[in-house]
Ligand binder design. Structure first.
Ligand SMILES: Cc1ncc(COP(=O)(O)O)c(C=O)c1O
Length: 372
């Protein structure tokens, strides 16, 4: 198994760097802030919660809430809960893909989207999203890559690290192609609900196609990665059963307190998402200003969704060296493209957190006083 470069990099710096300018999650809430939003019934659930094992597919009320709040036309039985998105991704790709299958993966990507199919012995074709194509999905390249044994297409929109989204029209065209060949779509949608869409975002893939799996999570737009609660939605209950059987070998079931806190948060989604989207949109405005001031150094393409963007550093110095100098001098953490195995001078920047001004002040100081 290849080392997970992003997680290694974050493990090295995330809890020691003073200014995290690369985070992919929104500003977190405290547990007491979440509990203060609970209705009397939800607080009673919390107060009387017993810390035994929970149901493997997830708390029925939580599964119903996920379906009702986020996936029009789907029901509780179409939702399976997991320990974060990572476990949902691992179990699903494990269940779908068999040795000898072919999988098409859109890259750069969160590394497990590429590694899990490989772990299962799949032959993998990577299709690179490119800056020239504004990081958009390239349907023709996908069509050309399809083989008789292609089982699954793996994608992530809004995209980490570029912030590009997929439009409904683009997704429908992809679905039509996959449907004609019986191919699954694994759609990592963990950055949905965050960002101010000015293009027509697609609905979740699982709402549109019976062979699509949509991955969602509390970690990103809700800013609650510490809950470790994610989910897979799919119209096909037979595949969900197979995926649940993989979960029996991983976490078995979810954390009971995390399920109740997720339930309260999802039922208060409008309030939480309004807060988090406001932080992100104010930060985006700061970034527009920042990169306009330094346009001789960087190429800034405004992300369309989520809270990360991919910025090009336009100097001969390698992006690894630049990021290393920045962390050593100022304690500001960015993520170089090499962590995504992407051969370019880009870095990932995150804009979901409240301390953006402080981070940018340090970054500015570095650019003004160091040898750039
Ligand atoms: C695209 C993508 N998918 C999945 C994950 C995993 O999310 P979680 O931390 O909720 O397991 C991440 C985390 O950064 C991600 O960026």
């Amino acid at each position: 198994m290849n080392v997970f470069k992003l997680e290694e990099y974050l493990a090295k710096y995330e809890f020691s760097a003073k200014y995290l300018l690369c985070c992919s999650d929104a500003e977190s809430l405290s547990m007491s802030e979440v509990l203060a939003m609970g209705s009397p019934n939800e607080i009673a659930l919390w107060d009387h919660l017993r810390l035994g094992y929970t149901k493997a597919p997830g708390l029925p009320l939580l599964r119903k809430t996920v379906a009702d709040e986020l996936y029009q036309g789907l029901e509780a039985d179409h939702v399976l809960m997991f320990a974060g998105a990572e476990e949902g991704l691992f179990c699903s790709l494990h269940a779908i893909i068999e040795a000898g299958d072919h999988a098409i993966i859109l890259t750069p990507c969160y590394q497990s989207l590429l590694e899990v199919p490989k772990l299962k012995g799949a032959e993998v074709t990577e299709i690179e999203l490119t800056a020239e194509n504004e990081w958009r999905i390239d349907l023709q390249a996908i069509r050309n890559a399809i083989q008789p044994n292609t089982k699954c297409i793996v994608m992530n929109f809004p995209h980490n690290p570029t912030g590009q989204v997929i439009e409904e029209e683009e997704l429908k065209n992809l679905i039509a192609l996959c449907e004609s060949k019986g191919i699954w779509i694994f759609s990592d949608e963990v950055y949905r609900l965050l960002g101010s869409p000015n293009r027509s975002w697609a609905r979740p893939a699982a709402c549109l196609y019976n062979k699509a799996l949509s991955l969602g999570v509390m970690s990103k737009a809700f800013g609650m990665p510490g809950l470790r609660i994610g989910w897979i939605t799919c119209q096909d209950q037979a595949i969900l059963k197979k995926i649940e059987q993989v979960k029996h070998y991983t976490s078995i079931c979810n954390s009971a307190p995390a399920e109740i806190l997720s339930l309260i948060s999802l039922r208060n989604k409008d309030k939480i998402l309004k807060r988090n989207n406001q932080i992100a949109s104010e930060n985006l405005f700061l970034l527009d200003q920042f990169f306009s001031d330094y346009r001789h150094l960087f190429e800034w393409v405004r992300p369309q969704g989520g809270c990360v963007g991919f910025v090009k550093y336009n100097r001969p110095e390698s992006i690894d060296s630049f990021c290393e100098r920045l962390i050593a001098k100022k304690g500001v953490l960015l993520i170089p493209a090499s962590i995504y195995n992407y051969p370019s001078n880009h870095f990932r920047i995150g804009f979901g957190r409240k301390n953006m001004k402080d981070c940018l002040e340090q970054f500015r100081d570095f650019l003004n006083h160091e040898n750039i």
